[in-house]
Structures are given as structure tokens and as C-alpha cells.
Write a protein that binds this ligand. Structure first.
Ligand SMILES: [Zn+2]
Length: 422
């Protein structure tokens, strides 16, 4: 028997409707609005303006937004929430790496578990259904302790939250084909993602070629920290694109940071972006950490640590936005919240309204980047959707007192209390 629920006065950002034909609803800025018909806990369509709907239950959303649950493309759950014990931080990227290394003697299984679990709780509360965290890899093919802890947490958080883990290796590992093969095999066996830190190393092209060969052989998705600086001589992104095209790599590549793209304009910029698009690379812009670490001077910074989000997107390269470091040596502030990261990216990179399209950077485009089928609202099971107290996409992205909760939790609360505000 079909059970029908009617959500009156619902707004949905238009970017989250896969097939607008036949879905109905009235255009309302960058959203569609109407009375949403849910059948057997799955979104069907908006009711026609004069259409009588015989519903088993009705709830008036008063214009509140519903949308897919969020995706966090780039976290560091092994590092997060260490700031209180680090003492003075506040240098550039290399100083942050040194501070973090000095803290690692405290990374017991219990310590990593507590901090990473707190991070996952925060990501879940922020509305995420999918998270990718990096984990600093070891010198050889023995995984670091944090790898096993986060693997365990990934199992524990199912089915509430899907957690992917990417090994953050040293690019020099790929000098040694025997060891690199063992590491790649281990990551594949553990269901992980292969990552590395690409930053002006010698012999980069050879190492990347080896890395791509191993990724093809072990069918690994790739996630790079690349060109995390504002110096003009960083060419890692272009070299990754070259290596991916040359190896005919068929997996998913996510490249985070790429701040140095800011040094290119005009034809040279378009040449790199064209290669990135042909290689099927998605970019992860990471504003919090980049704003904190990049462009440091003895005074107030006059350059922005961010990549060319607008130019990449305009050229057809998908751009995602992530939280990155949260309260560690790389960023003493920050929150595990893709929506907050998007809000900051909008201010930093001048991402203008309407915001429905930019929300893809923390939802559908982010899922695709992680190799997961995107969630659209039409046809979605209710447990894959969020409801926000915001009644516009600008209000949603602005954050502040705006709340986002699982639509199923909201409906359960409504059923027991009759409260219809989020
Ligand atoms: Zn990172």
C-alpha cells in the first residue's frame, strides 16, 4: 500500500533536481517551491497548483529548504583537535608541518580515536553523509597507527556516515617501485585512496608516472595535496594532468589546494585548465587552511590563499570545497562543516549569488569527485536529505543561526511534537 506524505510550502534549490521536466513546482529565484509529494519515504514531485492530494500525513515547511546531505571532500581526522596542546603556532606551511610532527609522539590509538571520532560527530552534525579524510602515511608499507584507528571508525560509523580514507604519502616513496607497489597493494586491500603531497619535488614527472601506473594496476582513486603555495614555480597540477592523460588513467582524481594557480592568467592559465579538464581532475578548494598559512608576511597578508575557483568552474572543471584542517597546527580555527567552508570560499573567491549552483561543490559534485553517485532530490529516499531552517540559498550559505538537520529526524520530531520549524 502506498503511503503518501505531503510537505507543503517546500523549497528545493533547482540545482538538486535531476529531471525538472515533470517534477513541477514554481520557480522562486534559484529554487523551486510548492507542495512536495513523498511516496513510501521517497520524493516524487511537486503537486500541481490545483491538484488535490490525498495524503496520509501533511506537514507545512513554511518555505524551509530541503536538499541532499553534504559531502566533506577533505578532512584530516588524524590531526584535528590538537591545537590546545601545541603551544605557539602561527607560521607558514612548513612550520605547521614541523609543529604537527612534534605532536605525533602523542598519537596513541586512544588519542587518535577520541579526536577523530569527535571530528566525525561534528561532520555528521553538520549534515554530512560522506566524508573523505587524509591520514599521514608512514615511511614504508606498514600503515601508521592512525590508519587502523580510522578504518575502525569508518566501520563503526556505518550506515550513518560513509568514511573514505586516503593515505597521505611522500612523493619520494615512488622512487622505490618495490616499496611503492607494496604500499599501493596495502591501500587497495584496505579499501583506501592513494594520496601524496606534490610540492616542487625533484624528478616529479617520473614519480608521478610510477604513481599513476600503480593506481591503474590496483584500481585506486587518487587524492593529491598539490601546489599548496603562492610561489610562481609550482607546476604539480599540470604534471599530474600530464601523467594522468599519458597513462589513460580511468579512476577519480581530486587535487586539493592548487593555490599557485593564482599566478597564471590568460593563455597560460587556460592551457593548464584545459589539461586538468581533459584529465578528468576535480579540484578541492580549501579556504580555511590556505587563508591561514598562505601569503604570510611580517604584517597583514595582501594575497589570498585560494585557487582559481571561478575560472576552473567556468571552463567545465568541477570544483569542490572542503573543511581541511580543524583546530590543529595548520589551522587553529576551522570547523568540520562543508557549509562553513563554502561560506568562506564565497567571500574569499567572490562566488556570487545565486548560490544554488555553488552548493554543488559540497554535494553532488563532491560525491562524484569521491567516486560516489550523486544524490538529487527527485527520487531520493528521505534519509538522504537535509532540511534547513533557511528559506533561501543565501540564508543557508550565510550560516550563523541557521540549522540543518536530517529530514527524517525533523519528520519524527514533527510526528511526536507537532513542531514544524527546524
Ligand atoms: Zn589537507
Amino acid at each position: 500500500m502506498t503511503r503518501t506524505l505531503l510537505l507543503k510550502n517546500t523549497r528545493i534549490p533547482a540545482a538538486f533536481i535531476r529531471q525538472p521536466e515533470g517534477f513541477g513546482g514554481e520557480a522562486d529565484g534559484d529554487c523551486l517551491r510548492g507542495d512536495l509529494i513523498i511516496q513510501n519515504a521517497q520524493v516524487w514531485r511537486f503537486a500541481g497548483s490545483d491538484e488535490p492530494v490525498s495524503a496520509d500525513e501533511t506537514c507545512d515547511l513554511n518555505g524551509q529548504l530541503i536538499m541532499p546531505r553534504l559531502t566533506e571532500v577533505h578532512a584530516h581526522l588524524d590531526k584535528c583537535h590538537t591545537i590546545d596542546r601545541l603551544g605557539a603556532v602561527g607560521g607558514d606551511l612548513m612550520q605547521a608541518i614541523e609543529s604537527m610532527a612534534a605532536d605525533k609522539h602523542q598519537w596513541t590509538a586512544e588519542d587518535v580515536y577520541q579526536r577523530a571520532n569527535q571530528g566525525l560527530e561534528e561532520l555528521y552534525q553538520s549534515g554530512c553523509q560522506l566524508v573523505r579524510t587524509h591520514v599521514d602515511w608512514s615511511e614504508d608499507d606498514t600503515p601508521p597507527l592512525a590508519w587502523d584507528v580510522i578504518k575502525q571508525l569508518a566501520q563503526q560509523w556505518q550506515p550513518l556516515l560513509t568514511v573514505q580514507y586516503a593515505a597521505l604519502t611522500s612523493l619520494d616513496l615512488f622512487n622505490d617501485i618495490t616499496m611503492a607497489t607494496r604500499v599501493a597493494a596495502r591501500i587497495a586491500r584496505d579499501g583506501g585512496v592513494l594520496g601524496t603531497f606534490v610540492f616542487a619535488q625533484d624528478g616529479m614527472q617520473e614519480k608521478l608516472t610510477t604513481l599513476l601506473q600503480l593506481a591503474n594496476r590496483f584500481k585506486l582513486n587518487l587524492d593529491f595535496h598539490v601546489d599548496e603555495g603562492l610561489a610562481a614555480n609550482l607546476t604539480g597540477l599540470e604534471q599530474i594532468a600530464d601523467a594522468a592523460i599519458a597513462s589513460n588513467y580511468q579512476g577519480h582524481i581530486l587535487c586539493g589546494h592548487v593555490c599557485s594557480l593564482m599566478n597564471l592568467n590568460g593563455r597560460p592559465l587556460q592551457t593548464v585548465i584545459d589539461k586538468v579538464r581533459r584529465a578528468g581532475i576535480t579540484i578541492a578548494a580549501l579556504p580555511t587552511t590556505n587563508l591561514y598559512l598562505q601569503g604570510r608576511t611580517s604584517g597583514t597578508p595582501d594575497r589570498r590563499g585560494i585557487t582559481r575557483i571561478r575560472e576552473l568552474r567556468a571552463a567545465g572543471v568541477p570544483v569542490t570545497i572542503g573543511s581541511d584542517n580543524v583546530q590543529d597546527a595548520f589551522c587553529p580555527l576551522g570547523q568540520h562543516s562543508p557549509m562553513n567552508a563554502l561560506s568562506l570560499a564565497c567571500l574569499t573567491a567572490h562566488l556570487d549569488p545565486p548560490f544554488a549552483d555553488w552548493l554543488r561543490a559540497i554535494t553532488t559534485d563532491a560525491q562524484r569527485a569521491l567516486g560516489v553517485a550523486p544524490t538529487y532530490t527527485d527520487g531520493a529516499p528521505l534519509q538522504q536529505l537535509l532540511i534547513s531552517s533557511a528559506t533561501s540559498t543565501a540564508g543557508l550559505v550565510a550560516g550563523g543561526n541557521v540549522r540543518c538537520v536530517l529530514l527524517t529526524d525533523y519528520l519524527n520530531k514533527f510526528a511526536t511534537t507537532g513542531i514544524s520549524h527546524v
